[in-house]
Design a protein around this ligand. Structure first.
Ligand SMILES: Cc1cc2nc3c(=O)[nH]c(=O)nc-3n(C[C@H](O)[C@H](O)[C@H](O)COP(=O)(O)OP(=O)(O)OC[C@H]3O[C@@H](n4cnc5c(N)ncnc54)[C@H](O)[C@@H]3O)c2cc1C
Length: 405
């Protein structure tokens, strides 16, 4: 690439902003196009804004000076231009899609008004606008129902409870955060939420959202049980935002398919972050998005050896309330297969739990709740995938020695 190469990045979220900043530092100018009204921000910290702990300014990202606020509506691959909603066109030599994810809207009766907007009181939880809308609507004593008990639902329920709402969390699965946590860790999360006053229903399918005069009034379960609701939060997962790529004819499966150079099926178009599928995986997490941005910055700035080969990243949830801090980290496989070695340390009084799973002398997963002193040492052992010494001692050592982290 020459210094005249026009790099255009669509999406000013975590991945797009990181890429633009890195390229700026490496002397490659970029046009960054984002459709959100707000200054770019760290989405991971939205729950802290909802909880009233941070103001929106605190979670702003150090964005590059040049940001074009526009929604890109089409890509002309022949002409190498993108078209924006206001009719303007931007030419590129290299285009990067960093369009993130959309919230999954569950197929519930009553969820959409005839003009396809969510009823008053029903909110997704993905953007700063969602967060500010929810924040404005929540009052002490308000009846809030959170649908979905994954990372997002747990964060939203906790934040709303901290704002004084009466929160009910409805989780279709058997337990909370089942993608990341084993049953013991999940129980601790449940206990933590209950201590904050959140009522939790597991194995509970919501079927209907009932509205009066366009505003939500209650949520009905599959068994007919109804919960009064002033507010409903949809936290049912996300799917990659791939519409632009699809219409442009790029290879899209679960996400936009990219190779180790983060290149799509068109050699002039790259993609990074939540919207991509790399080696069969759609991550939907912050660390892979940032690592992809860093690798692509190196490549576009001229290091032709740079590659992205995947991320072994742990999920970390830090919920630091004034009176009730709660930390957890989970990585890899947290449930053992027959023949695996497992070490667990649990302290019911302090609400802490630590567990590692080892297979063929390699650490394959672990979960830490409430006591994260060893997380650095564990992450290094996991990311390195080095064989552990075989005398059994290191397992306990990994769980009890904080390794200076
Ligand atoms: C409340 C919440 C908590 C989370 N907590 C965690 C956590 O604890 N740990 C973790 O690892 N991850 C967490 N995540 C997920 C994490 O935020 C995402 O993985 C990360 O933001 C992905 O970055 P991205 O840049 O790919 O996408 P995004 O941050 O979604 O950015 C994409 C941007 O592109 C814009 N865009 C899309 N299409 C267009 C278009 N056509 N024109 C212009 N702009 C466009 C979007 O509006 C958006 O601003 C959380 C997410 C949420 C919502």
């Amino acid at each position: 690439m020459t210094s005249n190469t026009r790099v255009v990045v669509i999406g000013a979220g975590l991945a797009g902003v990181r890429l633009a900043r890195r390229l700026g530092e490496l002397g490659t100018p970029v046009t960054l196009v984002g459709d959100e009204e707000h200054r770019p921000y760290n989405r991971v910290l939205l729950a802290e804004v909802l909880a009233g702990r941070y103001s929106p300014d605190v979670i702003a990202l150090p964005a590059p000076a040049e940001l074009t606020r526009a929604r890109v509506t089409g890509i002309d691959r022949e002409a190498r231009t993108v078209e924006c909603a206001d009719g303007s066109k931007i030419a590129y030599d290299r285009l990067v899609l960093a369009t993130g994810s959309n919230p999954v809207l569950p197929p519930l009766r009553g969820l959409f008004t005839p003009d396809h907007v969510l009823p008053e009181g029903v909110h997704a939880f993905r953007t700063m606008d969602d967060c500010l809308g929810l924040s404005k609507a929540v009052r002490p004593g308000a009846k809030a129902v959170v649908i979905g008990g994954g990372l997002l639902g747990v964060s939203a329920a906790r934040a709303l409870a901290q704002r004084g709402a009466q929160v009910v969390l409805a989780q279709q699965g058997e337990r909370l955060m089942e993608r990341q946590l084993d049953p013991s860790a999940s129980k601790l999360v449940q206990r933590h939420l209950k201590d904050l006053g959140v009522e939790i229903h597991t194995e509970c399918r919501v079927r209907d959202v009932r509205c009066v005069g366009g505003a939500v009034r209650s949520v009905e379960m599959a068994d007919g049980y109804a919960l009064d609701a002033d507010l409903v939060v949809l936290a049912c997962g996300v799917h990659p935002r791939v519409g632009l790529a699809q219409v442009a004819g790029l290879d899209v499966r679960k996400g936009i398919v990219v190779d180790d150079e983060l290149r799509t099926s068109d050699p002039h178009i790259h993609a990074i972050g939540d919207c991509v599928q790399h080696a069969g995986t759609v991550y939907g997490l912050a660390t892979p998005a940032l690592e992809q941005a860093d690798a692509l910055a190196e490549l576009l700035a001229g290091d032709l050896t740079a590659r992205y080969t995947g991320t072994r990243s742990l999920t970390r949830l830090t919920l630091t309330g004034h009176d009730s801090p709660f930390d957890l980290a989970a990585f890899g496989e947290t449930e053992a297969l027959p023949g695996d070695d497992v070490v667990q340390l649990a302290d019911a009084t302090r609400g802490t739990y630590r567990k590692v799973v080892v297979r063929d002398d390699r650490l394959v997963g672990g979960v830490l709740v409430g006591e994260l002193g060893t997380v650095g040492a564990l992450a290094r052992a996991w990311e390195g995938a080095e064989p552990l010494p075989s005398d059994g001692g290191p397992l306990l050592h990994l769980l009890t020695n904080d390794g200076g982290s």
